[in-house]
Design a protein around this ligand. Structure first.
Ligand SMILES: [Zn+2]
Length: 449
């Protein structure tokens, strides 16, 4: 068995691996976009270091762009196989790819693919349910629910032609911050010869505070100051989790019924409809909520459709909540709200997810109070707050617990983390689980097992 690391090896983003079995057949696992600084994003445009015509097929772990965002380039490189994923991942990935093609075109910058190529890529999608083994060439693959976002999966892959010591390899995908409000708990895996594990938060523990406490105090604060609470958010999962928490806070009277909540993200709105479609994938207690209508809807929720409606929010008086993308404030509708509201002392900016290096969200978190949005200098007077309790990624302890459940592991590859984080996590794996062979692969490295 051989594995080539074509992304997320030294960076958090750009997930991509090619696994080659002992018979010589190969499959691709994820083809994510490199996201973050220009130095990282330039990797998206470098030639792909594998001959895609040789691939028997591809597998996608989940719909986040850092895992699926480069899939269309497969077609330009002559890939002729199918791309396998769970049904929910198919729907959400279709949304993500078409949205990213549209944004790229409207940005007028260099772009990887257009909507037509994204649509042709979607034609290659095949769906398989969790826990149902299927075959791609000489490989048998099983999706396990990893509890990260709707439809996301860890992969168990067996090379049926294996002659050496390595027959079964597990790819963690992104592991969820389990147990969490909406999704089912992360599924454990019994055995593997080798494991490729993500390490986004491999160096730290999430505070065990209840995310709804932090959210309630943020909303109560703007209710008192008659200000605006801005929540930059990711369209998949985080938005739905926020809406669900707010619904419960309103129902229990912990926040005022009359405080409007604007959801200003067409992509999140579409994703929420898919979250409704796959209600069976949720925690049993949320499934009860579905009996009483949508768990993501309440009377004061205002769905913003177009740009004109988005701008009209600025004329409304009184306390309000605005949920808008993008999650790291690198684009999207959040920027015009940030430009308008951040100079006001009554505004609160509440950051609920991972912020990549050098993004506007990270800069604000690190205390930058003079920012630039669309060439305009903005002096920030708002209060900026952050919670990690809503993270959709496992922390160090959760990662170790998941890995510790897998028996007979001979080798571990740590990917999908910043380099200093990977080193800290690798050390922990050795100390706590006694696994000696822990590797931090570098970009385009190939390792023979
Ligand atoms: Zn993810």
């Amino acid at each position: 068995m051989k594995i080539k690391f074509l992304g997320a090896s030294g960076t958090v983003t750009g997930s991509c691996y090619v696994l080659t079995g002992d018979s010589g057949q190969s499959i691709l696992i994820d083809l994510g976009m490199f996201q973050g600084t220009p130095a990282i994003e330039k990797y998206n445009y470098e030639p792909f270091e594998y001959d895609c015509k040789l691939l028997s097929g591809a597998i996608l772990t989940h719909a986040h762009l850092d895992h699926c965002g480069r899939l269309p380039i497969l077609l330009t490189y002559g890939f002729s196989g199918r791309i396998y994923m769970t049904p929910a991942t198919r729907d959400l990935t279709e949304l993500s790819l078409l949205d990213s093609a549209k944004i790229a075109r409207s940005d007028n910058k260099e772009f990887l693919y257009d909507e037509e190529l994204a649509a042709r890529t979607i034609q290659k999608f095949e769906t398989v349910q969790y826990r149902t083994p299927f075959q791609i060439g000489d490989f048998t693959v099983t999706f396990r629910d990893d509890g990260h976002i709707l439809g996301s999966a860890s992969l168990e892959i067996v090379d049926r032609t294996a002659v050496g010591n390595y027959r079964k390899i597990v790819f963690s995908g992104d592991l969820g911050n389990t147990p969490e409000d909406l999704l089912q708990e992360t599924e454990f895996i019994d055995t593997a010869d080798a494991v490729v594990i993500e390490s986004t938060y491999g160096d730290r523990l999430h505070p065990k505070s209840d995310p709804s406490d932090a959210l309630r105090s943020e909303i109560n604060a703007v209710e008192t100051s008659e200000g605006t609470l801005l929540i930059p958010t990711f369209s998949l999962d985080r938005t739905q989790e926020l809406l669900h928490l707010i619904k419960h806070l309103k129902k229990s009277g912990e926040v005022k019924n009359e405080t409007p909540v604007y959801m200003d993200s067409p992509m999140a709105q579409k994703a929420t409809l898919y979250y409704m479609k796959y209600s069976k994938l949720f925690n049993p207690h949320i499934q009860d909520d579905f009996k009483f209508g949508s768990p993501f809807d309440f009377p004061e929720l205002v769905i913003i459709d177009n740009w004109k409606e988005s701008q009209a929010i600025h004329n409304s008086k009184g306390a309000k909540v605005i949920i808008a993308g993008s999650g790291m404030m690198t684009g999207g509708r959040i920027l015009s709200h940030a430009a308008h509201y951040l100079p006001m002392p009554s505004t609160r900016l509440f950051i609920v997810g991972y912020q990549g290096d050098e993004t506007l969200g990270r800069n604000l978190l690190e205390g930058d109070r003079n920012i630039i949005i669309d060439d305009n200098e903005i002096s920030v007077k708002a209060t900026v707050n952050f919670t990690e309790s809503m993270s959709s990624h496992a922390d160090q302890k959760q990662l170790l617990t998941w890995l510790g459940h897998i028996k007979d592991v001979k080798k571990v590859f740590v990917t999908h983390g910043e380099d200093n984080v990977r080193s800290i996590f690798a050390e922990k794996i050795y100390k706590e689980l006694g696994i000696e062979d822990v590797t931090l692969p570098i970009l385009n490295q190939e390792v023979v097992l």
